[in-house]
Write a protein that binds this ligand. Structure first.
Ligand code: ATP
Ligand code: MG
Length: 325
């Protein structure tokens, strides 16, 4: 992949923690999963509300996640290749609600070039919910880091610009992603960078709404997510996405999760202590001053001091190679 420099990178697995939100039944609208996409693509199955599992041939597994499996599939009639995310049936209403939110957000973001394109969804008789998306043929940044090594600053600038374009779009629509990390950022052969996996995303209220539930991967969580009162009052989700972006870029540059030594396997408590009680990590001296400052603007422990996605798009790190910023 052109975005990647060749250097060795260690394998790093980080723990997940479960959702501590109260559980209560949430009724789902009857046919939400069959509503047509607003995509204007004419060569795809998008827009059809009659797609079923039988329309697709499974080609391979692209990834496994908490709630399901993502397959590379071919639409039998058109031979177009897609990614099909199958969220396995779970009687827990929280899981249903998350899938519903994931579909709703993807459907609303089809005109954003930095969010993975949604093409439709359907429910299988088993209760599994399938989400049809564009296939991102270069995979995730996590895979790229493992297979081709750490990223150059030029590539990270492209990655950052893509993620920030996506976040600016989402935040302007009151959507917080809440799980920005290398495995949720996808790339295609055209070097387009797109945000994926809205499984724990949230529509924020009009006022700054606190959402202190533990969702997403705890390693990328911001300090105020653990301790809202100390680090900037209410956790609003938007500045937390910026913290996660800073950690993501840092990790892609150095090859391991910033708060840990290379190869260290943390437990939840030590990660929480490192994020809340130590100073934000600094990039090594090999990084340019622009890149170091960019990451500093993301990794302010006080959430209110972090730059917004729109502000970061004007940062010299993203603008230094461009005539117009
Ligand atoms: P997790 O719980 O680990 O965050 P998940 O169940 O929410 O995962 P996703 O993050 O949506 O699932 O996808 C899992 C993996 O599948 C991704 O990291 C990526 O490698 C692959 N994948 C997902 N969507 C696509 C796509 N559209 N094109 C190519 N690969 C994809
Ligand atoms: Mg994911």
């Amino acid at each position: 992949m052109a975005l990647v420099h060749r250097r060795n990178s260690p394998k790093l697995r980080l723990p997940e923690i479960s959702d501590h939100r109260p559980r209560f039944p949430v009724p789902l609208p009857a046919n939400i999963y069959k509503q047509p996409s607003t995509s204007t693509t004419t060569t795809s199955v998008a827009g059809s509300d009659n797609i079923t599992a039988g329309d697709f041939e499974k080609l391979s597994v692209l990834g496994h996640g908490n709630g399901g499996t993502v397959y590379k599939v071919r639409h039998k009639l058109t031979s177009i290749v897609y990614a099909l995310k199958v969220n396995h049936y779970d009687s827990d209403p929280t899981t249903h609600r998350r899938t519903l939110t994931e579909v709703n957000i993807l459907r609303r973001a089809t005109d954003c070039t930095n969010v993975v394109k949604y093409h439709g969804s359907f429910e299988k008789p088993t209760g599994d919910v399938c989400i049809l998306m564009e296939y991102m043929d270069s995979g995730s940044l996590e895979t790229a880091l493992k297979t081709t090594g750490t990223f150059s600053e030029a590539n990270l600038s492209t990655v950052a610009r893509g993620i920030l374009n996506g976040l600016t779009y989402l935040h302007a629509r009151n959507i917080a992603h809440r799980d920005i990390k290398p495995s949720n950022i996808l790339v295609n052969i055209k070097n387009e960078v797109k945000i994926a996996d809205f499984g724990v995303s949230k529509f924020m209220g009009r006022t700054l709404e606190a959402c202190n539930s533990y969702v997403g991967t705890c390693a990328y969580m911001s300090p105020e997510r653990f301790d809202p009162e100390v680090y900037g009052g209410n956790y609003n989700g938007f500045s937390a996405d910026i913290w996660s972006l800073g950690l993501t870029l840092f990790e892609l540059y150095v090859g391991h999760f910033p708060f840990l030594q290379s190869g260290q396997r943390p437990d939840w408590a030590s990660l929480m202590c490192a994020i809340c009680f130590s100073d934000p990590p600094s990039l090594p001296e090999t990084a340019s001053s622009e890149f170091r400052n960019f990451v500093e603007c993301c990794l302010k422990k006080e959430s209110g001091e972090r730059w917004s996605a729109a502000q970061l798009l004007t940062h010299p790190f993203l603008c230094k190679d461009m005539e117009i910023c």
